[in-house]
Design a protein around this ligand. Structure first.
Ligand SMILES: [Cu+2]
Length: 132
């Protein structure tokens, strides 16, 4: 039975290698193809992520008074920057976030508004926060 044991061991190694190579295959699309090497990021109730050159989640709804932060899980820099055309009541912010870092909190203190934001480095990175 030894040959089959060796085959099994090699097969397991192959699966591990394949899994490592497939690291950029995320459910969020990976627009920039830059995945891998970043520290990763998992969204929470008050933390958004910058992953694979996209904001995650792209749309988020919060209650009045919520403070949100953005974590950069990519191995390169992003910004979280409020859009100039946002309605009155939206906060104004512009925070560069280096790889693996987390932005300062932005407080959404006025309700019934949707505040759009973007990354000034990557034009495709567009998202919004709706405050109830
Ligand atoms: Cu960016």
């Amino acid at each position: 039975m030894r040959p089959s044991v060796i085959t099994l061991a090699l097969g397991t190694a192959g699966v591990v290698l394949l899994a490592a190579c497939g690291g950029s295959t995320s459910p969020y699309g990976g627009g920039g193809g830059g995945g891998g090497g970043g520290s990763g990021c998992t969204p929470t109730a008050t933390q958004l992520c910058m992953m694979n050159t996209a904001f995650n989640p792209a749309t988020k709804t919060v209650s009045v008074g919520t403070s949100l932060t953005w974590m950069n899980g990519d191995p390169f820099g992003h910004t979280t920057t409020s859009n100039a055309a946002n309605p009155a009541g939206c906060p104004t912010w512009n925070d560069p976030v280096n790889a693996g870092q987390t932005s300062a909190g932005v407080v959404f203190g006025t309700g019934s508004v949707t505040c759009a934001y973007h990354c000034t480095i990557h034009a495709s990175m567009q998202a919004s926060v709706t405050v109830q």
